[in-house]
Structure formats: C-alpha cells, structure tokens
Unconditional design. Structure first.
Length: 451
C-alpha cells in the first residue's frame, strides 16, 4: 500500500482492531431469541455503544426497534456547514449452523492461514470495526471533515424490519447526504468493488396438512395422503429441469449489464463439488444478480435417526425468494404464495405465511460520492480500478433509506468477498481487506468533504 498518513495510522491500529473484533465476535448475537439468549445481542449492542462513545460520538443511544431488537446510534459533528455521511453496519449474525463442522469455535476469533475466522468476522462485525478504523485514522490526522452518523443494526440477518420501521417513524434520525453501507464485499479479495444492485427478498413459511394424525405406513400407506410427499412435490415445482427458478408469473430471464463472473471462478468461490453442475442457464452474473432465485432454507419433518414407519400428517418448509431490481418484493411474495397454493396436490390443506420481506435496490453510480469513492479506492488499492458489481443478497434497509432520503447517495462496500464464506461454516475475514477498506473509507470521507 502506498505510504500515506491515513494508511500508516490504520496499519498501526490493526492489532487493536483484531483485539476488538475478538471481543465483538465472542457475543452470540443471533437475533433469534428462541435459539440464542437476548443477553448476547444486548451485550454486543452495549459493546458497540461503548466503542462509539470512546471515539467521541455524541447522542449515543440504544434504539428499541419494533421487532424487539436494538440498533445503536451515534453522531459525530464535523466542521460547520459540512456534509453529513451515515455509516451503516450490523452487529447481529447468522446462527453458526453445525458448530462441530467449524475448524475452530465459531464465536472465538482465530487466526489461520492469514485470515481471521469467526461468525460475523466479515458479516458484519468486521464492518463495525472498519468504520471505527476509518474514524480513528481521520481523527489522528487532522480530524473528521464531515458530520458522521453511525448506525449498527441488531436484526439485519433476520429480515424482520426493525430498523426500517424505526427509521420510518423517526425520519430525521438517519438523514444524510451520503450513506456508506458496510455490508457488501469486493468481487474478489484485492479487487476494489462497489455493489450497485441488490436483489430483494421475500421469506415465507408453507405448511401442508393432510391427516388428523400420523398413520402406520404399512396399514395406510399407498392411499393415505402423505403431507411430506405433498410438500416435496410443491418444492420441486419451484424449479425447472435445469434448476432455474420457476415461480408462476415471475420473469425468469432478465440480464445483468456490468462486471462478468467467470463460471470456473464461481465454481471455485462457491466450492462446488467436482462433477456437480451449476443450476440455471446463461451467464453466472445473470443468474445471481439479475434473476429471481428460490431457496428452500429448511424443512420440518422427522429426522432420519429415530424415524418411525409413518405416513406424515403435516410438513412445513421455510422458503426464500430473491428478486432482482425492477421486481416488487411484495408482488414476488404474492406470486410465490399463489404458486405454492396452485401446485399443492391432492387437495391437501396449505397455509402460506410471509415472515420477512425486503425490496431490491439499484444505486446511482453517476453521483459525486461514487467519484470520491473511486478515487479513494485507487489510493487504498494502488493500480486497481474500482469495479461495479451486483449482489444476490438483500439489505432491506437500503430501499427504506432511498425512499426516506431520495437525494442521498448510497454506496455499498464491505468485507464479504467470496473467501469470507459468510453465512456458512468457517466464516472469515481478510485482515488485508479490513485494512485497505478502512483506508479507502477514510479517504472517501476526506474526498467527499472536499468535493
């Protein structure tokens, strides 16, 4: 990295960053309080609040959001007349899945092969640390040249909309000229990337009932309608033979204009097993950034161990549908519900309940903030030109902020490059990415202030 005071300061702060990320990762802050204690999320929220106070932020508060979680807010005033920039991250994390599958414990930050492993290390507790590093670098080198608002969400991974509803009810709180969402990632490690589109998401729970109770499969099987078999048929109807998503009424073949994604690189990034084909058709970028994608997230049915010879009376599944920009997530949810109901066989009773939703997002890449970010990325990543990419995931808050503050410029950066394996076992963050992106953010704030 080219020598400059901001970069030198961030480099010197990296041991402290690792120690702080270790503390933050240790909180099991999964915002599903049926699985994890509420006290773990509250502990993480208080850690973030204390860190903001230590950096001189004012009005630091734990915001009780309508979904029963807390977001953390703080404000750092800049020079008189300065622009205002909102820095976003979230401290809640995905469940660790099978903890025994982790090489090292998921809630203990562990260095291995040049990366730091732990749940939330990249998504998105590392984003909290990134914002702190950028502010520290500026404070040590002449001060922060803009007004800064920091918001750390407590339930982003659950999609329950707590912060979105809170922001709608307190519309002045997060108002800003530019918003940096620290919850995306470079296209690959070392290639500076701003995410310009996000797919929207609808999450539904479907339950199928066929009998008053389970029946002996020898005595009744073959005529008694099996709820699990009905559910399997319904789920299978959501995909074509090649694996493409097929929800009745949903356009399946939109195109991505921008950075391409080599198929072999995608196979490596996704860790696809040898001999296993990818699903869908057309360029990979089309499939993951510009088209709808359905995923069965879970099924409630008897486990193999301990199963009895029974015809199942009930079965249910949790289904995620991602929709590209230009498709209303609420409309996508209605189409998904109608599809599930229409494809339920044998007159089985079916109930579909929406449990989460977020709209798709498309950024304006012609804005002054994007020019400032491109120049900042060039400093942090010498010899590399900033790239524009899509992201298949959803950040529902983006559209809420875009609707509340239509003049605000929204940029998405972050630490979730493919090697990070976010949401999977052995999630990790590259300390080099954390360092470079912190430098880039610090330079961005300085360049944006001057622009």
């Amino acid at each position: 990295m080219s020598s400059n005071p901001l970069a030198e300061t961030v480099a010197a702060l990296m041991p402290r960053a690792k120690a702080e990320l270790t503390e933050l990762v240790a909180f099991k802050s999964v915002a599903d309080f049926d699985q994890f204690p509420r006290s773990e999320s509250e502990g993480a929220a208080n850690w973030v609040a204390d860190a903001l106070r230590a950096e001189g932020l004012q009005d630091v508060a734990l915001l009780d959001t309508p979904d029963g979680t807390q977001s953390v807010y703080g404000y750092l005033p800049g020079p008189e007349g300065a622009k205002t920039v909102l820095l976003y991250a979230h401290y809640d994390v995905q469940p660790p899945l099978d903890e025994s599958a982790w090489t090292t414990p998921p809630f203990e930050l562990t260095e291995r092969d040049g990366r730091w492993y732990g749940r939330g290390a990249a998504d998105c507790k590392g984003g909290v640390i990134m914002h702190l590093l950028a502010l520290r670098a500026l404070r040590a080198n002449g001060g922060v040249p803009v007004n800064v608002k920091v918001i750390a969400e407590g339930s982003e991974e659950q999609g329950t909309g707590g912060l979105e509803r809170y922001a709608e009810q307190h519309s002045d709180l997060l108002a800003a000229d530019a918003i940096v969402i620290g919850d995306a990632g470079n296209f690959r490690a070392g290639l500076p990337t701003v995410t310009t589109t996000l797919r929207g998401m609808t999450l539904v729970r479907v339950q199928i009932d066929t009998l008053r109770g389970n029946l002996h499969s020898g005595q009744f099987g073959g005529a008694a309608p099996d709820a699990l078999a009905a559910l399997i048929r319904v789920l299978d109807s959501l995909r074509a033979e090649d694996g493409s998503t097929t929800v009745d009424g949903l356009e399946p073949d939109t195109r991505w204009e921008g950075l391409s994604y080599d198929e072999e690189q995608f196979r490596a990034d996704a860790k696809v097993l040898d001999g296993v084909g990818l699903i869908g058709e057309g360029p990979v970028a089309d499939r993951i950034w510009a088209r709808p994608a359905v995923t069965v997230l879970g099924i409630d049915c008897p486990p193999v161990v301990g199963a009895t010879p029974s015809v199942q009376a009930s079965a249910r599944a949790l289904i995620s549908l991602r929709v590209p920009p230009g498709v209303d997530a609420a409309e996508g949810g209605k189409l998904l519900q109608a599809h599930l109901e229409a494809h339920t066989p044998w007159g089985a009773r079916v109930q579909v309940e929406q449990v989460g939703q977020g709209q798709a997002f498309r950024a304006d890449t012609t804005s002054p903030a994007y020019r400032a970010m491109a120049d900042a990325m060039a400093v942090a990543y010498p010899g590399q030109e900033m790239q524009y990419a899509g992201q298949g995931g959803s950040i529902p808050l983006c559209n809420t902020l875009a609707a509340l503050y239509p003049q605000a410029e929204i940029l998405l950066i972050g630490l979730s490059e493919p090697e990070a394996q976010i949401h999977a076992v052995n999630e990790s963050v590259s300390p080099e990415e954390l360092e470079r992106l912190s430098v880039a953010e610090a330079h961005f704030l300085r360049l944006y202030a001057a622009g």
